[in-house]
Design a protein around this ligand. Structure first.
Ligand code: RTP
Ligand code: MG
Length: 141
């Protein structure tokens, strides 16, 4: 499998639940390394830009409101097949449909407050990583 990087966000609901460490532990146990990280409060502009592909969707405003409702923890994960591996750890978008033992099954409350974001493809991962991190703040090791 190819060495990949993916953009992960621990969303405001999971930060509020104080489970950053538990989620990081799942990344590490799955062989994913945190190679960049930053806690921030997203501005409306940043959240709208990040989710611009969803701009026309009915849930867009609710999604943006939720993403700016509190601080988020943003990280770049690196590892073999990191994009799919992270999506597997996350579970389905709707926590009611997420497989047992996934992050969303264990920590998410609803399709809106669903604990984590993960890039869905190599192209989006590259764009999303560059959206939040300068290359000098990403530390391959
Ligand atoms: P994410 O981008 O946050 O990692 O989530 P995802 O790929 O699993 O889901 P995506 O389709 O990209 O949707 C982005 C976020 O929008 C919210 N959503 N709400 N009410 C709805 O039908 C609906 N569909 C999506 C979710 O919070 C999802 O994480
Ligand atoms: Mg998505």
């Amino acid at each position: 499998m190819a060495l990949e990087r993916t953009l992960s966000i621990i969303k405001p609901d999971a930060v509020a639940k104080n489970v950053i460490g538990e989620i990081y532990s799942r990344f590490e146990k799955a062989g994913l390394k945190v190679i960049a990280a930053r806690m921030t409060q997203l501005s409306r502009k940043e959240a709208e830009g990040f989710y611009a592909v969803h701009r026309e969707r009915p849930f867009f405003n609710a999604l943006v409101e939720f993403m700016i409702s509190g601080p988020v923890m943003i990280q770049v994960l690196e590892g073999d097949g990191a994009i799919a591996k992270n999506r597997e750890l996350m579970g389905a978008t709707n926590p009611k449909e997420a497989a047992a033992g996934t992050i969303r099954a264990d920590f998410a409350d609803s399709i809106d407050a669903n604990a984590v974001h993960g890039s869905d493809a190599a192209e989006t991962a590259a764009v999303e990583i560059a959206y939040f991190f300068a290359s000098t703040d990403v530390h391959a090791r």
